[in-house]
Ligand binder design. Structure first.
Ligand SMILES: Nc1ncnc2c1ncn2[C@@H]1O[C@H](COP(=O)(O)OP(=O)(O)OP(=O)(O)O)[C@@H](O)[C@H]1O
Ligand SMILES: [Mg+2]
Length: 381
């Protein structure tokens, strides 16, 4: 059985030490402690914490704020608050913030452990039963699209996902290029289970089932791969894709969707479900022309507001970035240089560029893209 991962947040070192010594139990794994502050959430997410114990001397407001954040952003993780002094008002505030249990010092090991186990099982069933109707408004769906093959959509989707995971975010990649999707190759995943096998399963709209069909890459990114062969594409409908995205939403901070270089039902669903569409283009005249048309189509479908253009493989050539800005009538901030050797080596090795060659310009530019994306998307949701 998997152990319950417990983390402690608090500013009082003696109390934390005391609490840690009470956690000795074979069903519990103490994963770490941290002080109050911005990094507490990030640490809890990256450690995949199941139960957070907030030790509270008198920092009630900070404790409540943290509990609220956990409730919204970490379905499946529950909070226990442990105070020196408890009164009705504090208990009421804590419960409203989604705290599972408010306890008071002194406390013995058995009481603490029993409460952890109960908090864990109650929260697990809440998360499992929440289904697609309970959409975590904090989750962000980013669809990487482009009107031409080979322009770097998958390269960008995969590396962006890894950068976000490195920042402590919970990230999933869904490959919706149903005929020739190859995100698994970029992650070096031998995809036995794919989206095609998933939708064959009767409970494919259940988060536990979806997780069974996804691969957890060592970077922390969960990957739902495209079908192994084009003939399986027809098993996966646009409705299936929409349901999968909606079911996964509450469980991830970012869902990155890779697409085929064409307007089909799958890519349209991915675009419509997105908070942000990264439209990738290269600096050749055909791609530029097609990108202009793509933007017009997205405009007529009322999807253009969520588009952010990324120029990939930038080089000095006849067409300049200034030309592209003028033709597309926008100021493009996201640029990734042409670096054939790094991109191809990483592609063939199945190791994302930002892991294999983090010091290269191209890796740094992808990190910058991730920063831009976070800023833009935060303003949109
Ligand atoms: N900035 C870059 N510089 C040089 N090569 C790159 C760059 N970005 C991607 N590539 C290379 O271009 C090739 C195509 O990239 P990728 O598979 O990501 O494109 P795609 O748009 O997803 O293609 P498809 O539409 O066929 O799925 C890969 O070999 C990749 O390594
Ligand atoms: Mg691709």
């Amino acid at each position: 059985m998997e152990k319950i991962k417990v983390m402690i947040v608090g500013n009082n070192d003696n109390r934390i030490f005391e609490l840690k010594s009470l956690l000795g139990n074979e069903e519990i794994a103490f994963v770490g402690f941290t002080k109050y502050g911005d990094s507490a959430m990030e640490k809890a997410i990256s450690l995949k914490t199941n139960v957070i114990i907030i030790q509270c001397d008198n920092e009630y407001d900070d404790a409540i704020e943290l509990a609220e954040n956990v409730y919204v952003k970490m379905p499946g993780c529950s909070v226990i608050i442990l105070c020196d002094r408890l009164d009705v008002e504090i208990i009421e505030k804590a419960m409203r913030a989604g705290v599972r249990k408010a306890l008071q010092f002194p406390i013995d090991s058995k009481t603490l452990i029993d409460n952890i186990k109960t908090a864990y099982s109650v929260e697990q069933s809440r998360a499992l039963n929440s289904g697609s109707s309970s959409v975590n408004m904090q989750s962000r769906v980013i669809t990487v699209f482009g009107c031409k093959g080979g322009i770097g959509k998958t390269t960008i989707a995969v590396n962006l996902a890894v950068v976000l995971a490195n920042m402590g975010k919970k990230v999933a990649v869904i490959d919706t290029d149903l005929q020739f999707g190859d995100a698994n190759v970029f992650f070096d995943i031998d995809s036995k289970d794919t989206i095609a096998e998933l939708v064959e399963d009767r409970s494919s709209s259940d988060i536990d089932t979806i997780k069974r069909f996804t691969y957890l890459h060592y970077s922390g990114v969960s990957v739902l791969c495209a079908p192994r062969s084009p003939e399986y594409a027809e098993y996966v409908s646009a409705k299936n894709i929409e349901t999968i995205i909606n079911t996964m939403r509450p469980y991830y901070d970012y869902i990155i969707i890779d697409t085929a270089p064409t307007f089909n039902d799958a890519s349209m669903t991915a675009i419509e479900s997105a908070n942000l569409v990264l439209l990738v283009l290269c600096m050749d005249i055909s791609t530029l022309r097609n990108t202009k048309t793509t933007l017009n189509i997205l405009d007529s479908l009322q999807q253009k507001d969520k588009v952010e253009v990324v120029i990939n493989r930038t080089t000095d050539g006849i067409i300049t970035i200034k030309d592209i800005n003028r033709i597309l009538d926008m100021q493009i901030k996201n640029k990734i240089s042409f670096d054939f050797k790094t991109a191809l080596t990483c592609h063939n090795k199945g190791v994302p560029i930002v892991i294999e060659a983090p010091r290269t310009v191209i890796a740094q530019e992808i990190v910058q893209l991730a920063r831009n994306v976070i800023k833009i998307i935060d303003n949109k949701v």
